[in-house]
Design a protein. Structure first.
Length: 121
């Protein structure tokens, strides 16, 4: 049975204008993004070469660029944009993106609102 390799980045902290109302989007809010990527090739397990795997520095830069590109009303839409960007730029067979908004304005104490998306090319 072949190995099932995943590469992940956890806790990418970014600031964005993200919220349903214009008032909420007017103030930058902290977002936390996790990505889990499944590359098709597993040569890096033997070769120990970056060229044979996913460069997680590149993946982090893609996440940052997606967040910086504009305002978002929904964290699930942002997760979709991030997933599309990662799949377009990196050789992946699957990506899982989780976007967390700490302390969302819901009128009750809530640690975070989260949206998780799994996408395949």
């Amino acid at each position: 049975m072949p190995d099932d390799l995943t590469i992940s980045l956890e806790g990418i902290e970014l600031w964005s204008h993200c919220g349903v109302s214009a008032k909420e989007r007017a103030v930058e809010q902290r977002l936390i993004v996790d990505v889990l990527m499944r590359p098709p090739a597993r040569q890096a397990l033997v070769s120990d070469e970056l060229a044979d795997t996913i460069d997680y520095g590149t993946a982090a830069a893609l996440v940052y660029a997606a967040v910086e590109r504009g305002e978002y009303k929904l964290i699930e839409h942002l997760a979709s944009v991030i997933a599309d960007d990662l799949l377009a730029a990196l050789p992946l067979i699957e990506v899982r993106v989780t976007v967390r908004k700490p302390s969302p304005p819901v009128g009750l104490p809530v640690s975070a609102a989260c949206a998780e998306l799994v996408r395949r090319p």
